[in-house]
Design a protein around this ligand. Structure first.
Ligand SMILES: Nc1ncnc2c1ncn2[C@@H]1O[C@H](COP(=O)(O)OP(=O)(O)O)[C@@H](O)[C@H]1O
Ligand SMILES: [Mg+2]
Length: 242
């Protein structure tokens, strides 16, 4: 499903500001982002502004900007959403359920779940029956995806592949397919050529100014991985910095 259809950048407020995040090339001249698929990937170099956009959307959704859903209010430094007040979200229909997951703050999230379980034990029902701390990083990620997420919601994920082996990335891809069938929408910042290969997904490149849709085969992730795998020795010789 597509719930979040358009992200408007409030440019008139922009003009009064200089510096981050308005100075990022991806946002220059950008007026709106139309979301046309249930799954949208944000791809681009480190520092191109992917997390900035996810944080801003999470902020507007009322999700904790360090990761979590509306029900999760816990104390870690709440990452400020620099772009949060400069976007407007257009929904049809409006969706308030969902989740924002940042790889970096997953540890704090796991601790928060432990604390909630201590206060009101329910057997870690939504998290695979075990503290997330007692599962490996990858296992706990997948537990969360498999148990806590359900179809109808908007899921904002920042580099979920960080914890996942290639096999588990595939497992995650299949889980996503099921969730999409049940009505989920995903926005995912990723560097993974496996995740990006989700059938029918839209890929937005933050390396374009302003950011723009690209085909899977046009992404650097695909091209570079492919050339590397085809002949890694030649590839390394060709691309070695002087
Ligand atoms: N609070 C901040 N103040 C100033 N610059 C920031 C802040 N947060 C991020 N940046 C800079 O903005 C750029 C984009 O950051 P980010 O959205 O995290 O990129 P990405 O997720 O694509 O790697 C980076 O160069 C980063 O250093
Ligand atoms: Mg990031």
């Amino acid at each position: 499903m597509i719930y979040l259809r358009t992200i408007y950048l409030l440019r008139e407020r922009f003009l009064t500001k200089t510096g981050y995040p308005f100075s990022l090339p991806a946002y220059r001249e950008l007026e709106r982002i139309d979301l046309t698929s249930s799954v949208t990937f944000l791809a681009g170099e480190n520092g191109s502004g992917k997390s900035t956009l996810l944080e801003a959307i999470a902020y507007q959704c009322g999700f904790h900007t360090a990761g979590g859903s509306r029900a999760n209010s816990y104390h870690v430094d709440r990452a400020e959403a620099a772009l949060g007040d400069y976007i407007r979200l257009s929904w049809m229909p409006k969706m308030t359920d969902g989740f924002f997951l940042r790889a970096e703050s997953f540890y704090q999230f796991a601790s928060h779940i432990d604390e909630a379980e201590r206060i009101e034990p329910n057997g870690y029902r939504a998290y695979g029956g075990r503290s997330l701390h007692e599962q490996s990083h990858g296992e706990s990620f997948l537990s969360l995806f498999a148990n806590r997420f359900n179809g109808k919601g908007i899921y904002l994920l920042d580099e979920p592949e960080a914890a996942l082996s290639p096999m588990r990335q595939l497992a995650f891809l299949y889980l996503m397919m099921d969730l999409v069938k049940e009505g989920a929408q995903f926005l995912i910042a990723t560097h993974s050529p496996i995740l990006m290969g989700f059938p029918g997904a839209t890929i937005l490149s933050f390396d374009e100014s302003p950011l723009a849709e690209v085909r899977y085969e046009e992404t650097e992730h695909y091209q570079l991985t492919r050339r590397f795998l085809e002949n890694r020795k030649a590839f390394l010789e060709e691309t070695k910095p002087d």
